[in-house]
Structure formats: C-alpha cells, structure tokens
Write a protein that binds this ligand. Sequence first.
Ligand SMILES: [Zn+2]
Length: 266
Amino acid sequence: MKKSLKRGISLILGLSMALALFTATTFESEAKTKKIQAKNNIVVVLDAGHDTTHLGCHYENFEEGLANLYIAYYCKQELERYSGVTVQMTRYTLECPYGADPDSANTCLKSRVDYAKNAKADVLISLHNDYDPDLDKSQSGSKVIIPNPNYKPQMYLQGTQLGQSILSQLTATGLTVNNWKLCPNGTGIVTRDSGSGKYPDGSAKDYYALINQSKSAGIPCIIVEHAFCTNDSDRLNHLSTPEQYQQLGIADATGIANYYGLKLKK
Ligand SMILES: [Zn+2]
C-alpha cells in the first residue's frame, strides 16, 4: 500500500522536478535589475510542511507530510500558469532534504528559511494541515498564521492581506473558517506570540520558528493550515484524494496570484 503510494507520487515528483529545474534557470539575480525584477517577477517559495523524518500529524489514513507535498506541487503547477512569478519548493520529495535526523527539527526549519533566503524569496508560504490533540471534532476548517505586528509591522500587513486572499479561496472549496481555540478571534487570520523569545527591539517574537526566523531574514512568512484531519468532514471531503489536494493547491495559488495581481500567461 505504502509502496504503491510512493511510486505514484514519485512519478509526479519526477515530472515536477524537471519543471522546477527549468524555472530555476530562468531566475535572474543581477543586483542592478533587482528593483525592476521585484516589480516584474515575484519569487514564491512554497514549503511543504514536515517530511518522513519530522513527522506532522497523522490520523486514520491521513499523513500530513505527504498531503502537504501534494498540495505544494499542485499549487506550484497552478501558479506557474501565471506570468511574473518564479516558484520554488523547500522540499521536492517525502524525505528530509536537510540532514535526516529526527532530533533536528529546528535545524530543518532553519534550513528551509535559508533556502528561501538563497532563492531571494519575496514570500515563504508554508503549507500544513491541522490536528486537534484532544480529538475535538468541532475544530474544523482553514486558518492562516501570519507574522505578529512586532519588529517589522509591514510583514503583519502583508500577511493579513495575503492570508485573507488565500482564505477566501479555501472557503470557496467548502471549508469553514477555523476559529482556532489556541488563538480564537473568529477571522481565521491569526498571530501567535512566543512566551519568552524577543526580537532585537525587545518585542515578543512570533511563536513559530519558521515565521520568526523568516522575519529576521527579511522574508514575510505565513503558515496555511488547510483543514483538520481530526474533523471527519474535512478529512473525507478535502484530505482524502489527489483531486482534493489539487483543489486546495489551486485555491492557494489563486489566492497568491490575486494578492500579487498576477495575470495568466497568454
Ligand atoms: Zn504541520
């Protein structure tokens, strides 16, 4: 079962890898043209959350690391229908590309931010799915975790607008807006502060390492939590088939394209 699943995805991976190599060669990094490029070409780095070493949530038949990878590939494929955008991914396979050590989750996250920095990313978008640790089935739907307003407040504004643009597409697929019990505000656009970590100006760091390290590196980063695998309706209707993952990937891409005002290639 697991083997045939892996075989299926490796087919998709092979095709998409060729695509990725192709787009990477079109990337122009000359400093002189940077300003024009920033206007004419957006670099989006997609981060399929987790991998086979740093496992995400699993419940029933759902495996988060695999689901996130599917969604990222479909998102990349859809986003590449638009002009003025280069799309890269922090991982292209199920395995951890950053030193597969189960105790190295922090190193792995830092490497993903470094990857985005080296790619000169305009934005890092981390794709995830959620799990309620109490198996509380009332927790369902989508939310986007964005940078808090501290230290670099423009990233909070960018995150809010980009997050709303993606969330509106995800809810159009039938998902609800998640009112996350850890940070309830009813909007599905949430920030979460670290209890102890501080930015250089003394303000509270963002709780999530990927967001706070990206902020320090000058890259706005958001975490899209598509759906809850512990909610039966979310899992069966949105997290069970490649077609459902494709729908989520297309929703993400459309939200990203709308936020940046991208136009479909002619
Ligand atoms: Zn996750």
